[in-house]
Design a protein around this ligand. Structure first.
Ligand code: URP
Ligand code: ZN
Ligand code: ZN
Length: 477
């Protein structure tokens, strides 16, 4: 099967050019000047499919390196399966996800990983890889980490938050980071001081401050800054490369930037919710005092931050200046009905998470529209850097001969209305992005050469997506 995408504006992180992209089977065969022939052959006459991308961008498929399909969490489980979640991702121009396999106290890492393979295999619309959550750092877990690289799992996540669930104390973090340094695995850190937050939660609830808004009050920026600093210091001591997930506080960004300025291998990821949404939005979610329960749809950790304090503006700037290197969604969807509702009358029981795997490419493209980011930077933070960070670059994250033909034709003159009943294919009864109007539209999506989204909608099949065995982070070699 050969496809020619002609006359598009091909955007890589390194530059932009009008070009034709020739796809042969699953890979990109050539990127040529528009209308080129190849060894005398008229390309258009010799391919199976021609896609006219004149006036549109052709970009490498999005890579969302932080998703939680089917995650058991907060007394329930994330509402997207690998089938529904990866299909929604495809709709939004994301062609690879990296999800988190889970190991908890008393469980074997190998069993957690096998369970995640079972959930995903044969169900995904797009390619997928895994990070490994180590929720119980003990002798066996540390030993099991030795086998992860061979499995194509080259990053693992620890939690300084959620005591009694995934939490690791400093001693456990130190041991795991020593392993990380030995093996070249990237340590991903949920950096919030969980034990201190739990005291604040208890005090707020005792005072009758039980609305979702108080989730963000309890998870104050000081708790994020302190944990980020502590993680950086332990990484510094052990030599472990460190990646801070879902950064929301500008003070945490400053910690990451300072460490990077000293030459330490520390990286930071943010998410669309921290660029757009705020604690004030939660407070104004309804006319009820403290915004009422409506704000539960935005309960996630790290939490939304105050707009008055300028975190969102600072985060856009950090993306531009590379103090923050990439954007993932932390897609962890829960319905209001039956799931978020578990926290009616006590915000600490609201399952933490926001669904957004479908909208990341569009939401970050708005940074191009408003002049926050260049086109190339848009591609870099949503595709190229995730590919490099997590050992997939060359195959993913770039439009070049030999790369997987994961491609998106994006129409800058199109329009996308986000909301339930409009653009919404995630398995949720609400959208955290309801009412967002986007300049731009995902027109066509190819996953390893197959068109999976076109003008008629989703045309792929469950099981099209394959497991990606990742290499070591390409920022560390
Ligand atoms: O609120 C969040 N972030 N839920 C998912 C779990 C995590 O900490 O990433
Ligand atoms: Zn986390
Ligand atoms: Zn997460």
């Amino acid at each position: 099967m050969k496809t020619l995408i002609k006359n598009g504006t091909v955007v890589n992180a390194t530059g932009t050019a009008t070009a034709d992209v020739l796809v042969d089977g699953e890979t990109i065969a050539a990127v040529l000047a528009p209308g080129s022939t190849l060894l005398g052959f008229d390309l258009e006459a010799n391919v199976d499919t021609v896609i006219d991308a004149a006036g549109k961008y052709v970009i490498p498929g999005g890579i969302d390196a932080h998703t939680h399909m089917e995650l058991p969490f907060g007394g329930t489980a994330a509402s997207d399966t690998f089938e529904t979640g990866t299909r929604a991702a495809a709709w939004g121009g994301t062609t690879t996800i990296v999800d988190f396999a889970v190991q908890r106290y008393g469980e074997r890492v190998q069993d957690g990983l096998a369970a995640w393979h079972e959930k995903a295999a044969g169900n995904c619309a797009i390619d997928y890889g895994f990070h490994q959550i180590i929720g119980g750092v003990d002798k066996d877990a540390l030993a099991a980490m030795d086998g992860l690289v061979d499995e194509g799992i080259t990053s693992f996540k620890l939690f300084m938050a959620y005591p009694g669930v995934f939490y690791s104390d400093d001693a456990q973090i130190l041991r795991a980071m020593q392993k990380s340094a030995d093996l070249g695995l990237l340590t991903m850190m949920h950096a919030e001081n969980g034990p201190a937050i739990d005291v604040l939660v208890e005090q707020l609830v005792a005072e009758g401050k039980t609305d979702p808004y108080f989730h963000g009050v309890a998870r104050a920026w000081q708790m994020e800054e302190e944990a980020t600093h502590r993680a950086i210091m332990i990484a510094n001591l052990t030599g472990a490369p460190l990646y801070i997930v879902h950064v929301s506080a500008k003070q945490a960004v400053a910690q990451i930037a300072a460490a990077r300025d000293q030459g330490q291998n520390v990286f930071g990821e943010t998410c669309p919710q921290y660029l757009y949404l705020s604690l004030e939005d939660q407070l104004g979610a309804s006319s009820d005092e403290w915004g009422g329960f409506e704000g539960a749809k935005w309960v996630c950790s790290t939490p939304l931050r105050s707009r008055e304090e300028g975190h969102q503006h600072h985060m856009w700037r950090s993306l531009r200046t590379n103090d923050i290197q990439m954007v993932s969604t932390d897609h962890c969807p829960f319905c209001m009905k039956g799931q978020k509702e578990l926290g009616l009358g006590d915000f600490s029981k609201i399952p933490n998470g926001i669904g957004g795997v479908e909208h990341r490419m569009d939401l970050i493209y708005q940074g191009v529209v408003t002049g926050e980011l260049t086109l190339e930077r848009w591609v870099e933070v949503t595709s190229t850097t995730p590919a490099r960070m997590f050992g997939m670059y060359g195959k993913k994250g770039v439009i070049q001969p030999g790369a997987d033909a994961d491609l998106v034709v994006y129409d800058p003159n199109g329009h996308t209305s986000i909301g339930v009943g409009k653009t919404h294919h995630m398995n949720m009864d609400h959208s955290a992005w309801e009412g967002f109007e986007i300049d731009g539209h995902v027109d066509t999506v190819l996953s390893r050469g197959r068109v999976i989204v076109d003008e008629t909608g989703y045309v792929g099949r469950k099981g099209d997506g394959a497991f990606v065995k990742r290499g070591l982070s390409q920022y560390l070699i």
